[in-house]
Design a protein around this ligand. Structure first.
Ligand SMILES: [Zn+2]
Length: 105
């Protein structure tokens, strides 16, 4: 059983069966937080993924891809390094330095 599906079952003990598809909202393969999951279907999952794919600085824009990004985060955790630096290392040049609307000056 895939770990995030197992996490869903633990977090929803009263449910008789797993949803057919669980969408993962944070796009971090290492994440097993059940609050980041929701039941979905293939069409909705594709639409949500397409919307997240263009989010500046989002994990789907990481130039390393999901697997290499996850490995970089795992390595940073194991070495006690800053996770933010590991995440920022995969930013596209156009994404780097982009603040949010509410960043302090
Ligand atoms: Zn997550």
């Amino acid at each position: 059983m895939i770990a995030h599906r197992f996490a869903w079952l633990i977090h929803h003990p009263g449910e008789a069966e797993l949803p057919g598809l669980l969408a993962h909202e944070c796009d971090n393969p290492l994440c097993q937080n059940p609050t980041h999951l929701h039941p979905s279907d293939p069409g909705a999952n594709r639409r949500e993924w397409a919307a997240r794919r263009h989010r500046i600085g989002g994990p789907l824009r990481d130039v390393r891809g999901a697997r290499e990004r996850a490995l970089a985060v795992r390595a940073a955790l194991l070495l006690g390094l800053d996770i933010g630096d590991a995440l920022d290392a995969g930013l596209r040049p156009v994404d780097a330095g982009q603040g949010t609307l509410f960043d302090p000056p």
